[in-house]
Design a protein around this ligand. Structure first.
Ligand code: HOZ
Length: 416
């Protein structure tokens, strides 16, 4: 429908009539059905931290496939993956595997409501937590791309349980809590926002959320679907030293296949069936092929992976900066590890929330995207998404990308 199975892929967000159709991918490269090669900075929306089709992951997936594609029953490999995750995310004392980030955040909200016996959830303008009804209120990602403030089809009564605060603004969270005292079940946040470009938390923001959640008796949920195993081995919670009550993971823990997880404090998670009364289930939950991809991916990650990602991502950011300055285009870059955001903005020195994201020039991004893809560089087809770098990106890839960016920034400057 619309030629795609997920809206942002359509390229309509960057004023192109048709998307490219991918035939295969290897390492840092994507190939389309017309045999064009691209350096890939979407990386399956952040999942492919090792690049595409890493031979060690592919081998593990093949081996698992030979044992059976799915059983709808428990396997020892799910336990192995859970233990690997808990080693780096000790806050996830108990966890449950599901099939997508949407399921993880939706279930986390349900558990939080059951635990607190309250109904309202505070989310942040421009943060995206998948497409469960209650989260389709002022979301980033495709909602921002297509200017859908609140999705049609979500009943008003459901939406009324979602309160929206401003990212990096603790006062707006306090105001939301004051409006509904004793009613907030949870505060959910992307600890580094990656669905409105890349917006890092300002000093004290995450710690402030921890304090406010504790003071009002709500749970703090970190949606680390993007940041988990992406910004560090222990995700954003390790990087910023703030521990949530519930964490949602996805993307990297499946190495490109469909698995996600939610987990947290034992006293909270033991409410989930069959231990407790919160129901949540799925035939594909903990699917053995996805679990095998996850285990083999996580085995390949270590602190040195993140040092390498930092080095190569810094090189990309600095190259982009130099290229944009030379062209005269006024562009801001915000980066946390291998997540990079590009904002065409000639007024601000930093972008801290969605209101500021909204002041950026979309037309410039579309021109830049078009010029880059014509030069074989595949960026996210929306200014509200994140550029991801993988361990497969080489120095040569970055140099080629920066060269293309120099020409593409000039195209933007020329048109405006
Ligand atoms: N939720 C993804 C962007 N943050 C988009 C997924 C897709 O279109 O494949």
């Amino acid at each position: 429908m619309g030629g795609v199975n997920s809206p942002v892929r359509s390229f309509k967000g960057v004023s192109r009539e048709y998307p490219i159709f991918i035939s295969r991918a290897k390492g840092s490269k994507l190939y389309d059905e017309d045999h064009n090669e691209y350096i890939d900075y979407v990386c399956s929306w952040g999942a492919s931290i090792l690049g595409s089709a890493d031979p060690r992951v592919v081998r593990a997936v093949k081996k698992a496939a030979e044992r059976g594609l799915g059983f709808g029953a428990a396997t020892k490999y799910e336990v192995e993956l859970a233990e690997m995750i808990r080693k780096h995310f000790p806050s996830m004392q108990l966890m449950r595997f599901v099939s997508s980030g949407t399921e993880a955040t939706m279930s986390a909200a349900r558990v939080a409501r059951a635990f607190t016996k309250r109904e309202k959830i505070i989310k942040f303008d421009g943060c995206y937590h998948g497409h469960a009804d209650g989260f389709l209120v002022r979301g980033g990602s495709g909602l921002a791309t297509f200017s859908i403030a609140d999705s049609a089809g979500v009943s008003e009564s459901v939406a009324s349980f979602t309160l929206v605060a401003r990212y990096n603004d603790l006062k707006s969270v306090e105001a939301a809590i004051e409006r509904s005292p004793n009613e907030i079940a949870a505060i959910i946040v992307e600890p580094v926002a990656g669905n409105m470009g890349v917006v890092p938390p300002v000093e004290g923001f995450l710690k402030g959320l921890r304090r406010l959640a504790d003071e009002c008796g709500a749970l703090l949920i970190f949606d680390e679907v993007i940041t988990g195993f992406r910004v560090s081995l222990g995700g954003a919670q390790a990087l910023f030293g703030v521990t949530p009550d519930i964490t949602c993971l996805g993307k990297v823990i499946g190495g490109g296949l469909n698995i996600a997880a939610y987990g947290g404090k034992e006293e909270v998670m033991k409410l989930v069936s069959p231990l407790g009364p919160v129901y949540q289930a799925g035939t594909l939950s903990g699917n053995p092929i996805a679990v095998a991809a996850g285990i083999s991916t996580l085995k390949l990650l270590s602190n040195s992976t993140y040092n390498r990602l930092e080095k190569i991502s810094r090189k990309l950011e600095e190259g982009f900066k130099g290229a944009s300055e030379e062209s005269g285009a006024r562009v801001l870059f915000q980066r946390v590890g291998s997540m990079l955001g590009i904002f065409f903005n000639d007024k601000l020195n930093a972008i801290r929330n969605y209101d500021e994201v909204a002041t950026c020039d979309r037309k410039s991004y579309s021109i830049f995207f078009g010029a880059m893809i014509d030069r074989g560089i595949y960026l996210p087809p929306s200014p509200f998404e994140t550029i991801f770098v993988s361990t497969a990106h080489s120095d040569r890839d970055i140099e080629r990308t920066v060269q293309a960016a120099a020409e593409s920034f000039r195209s933007v400057a020329k048109v405006l």
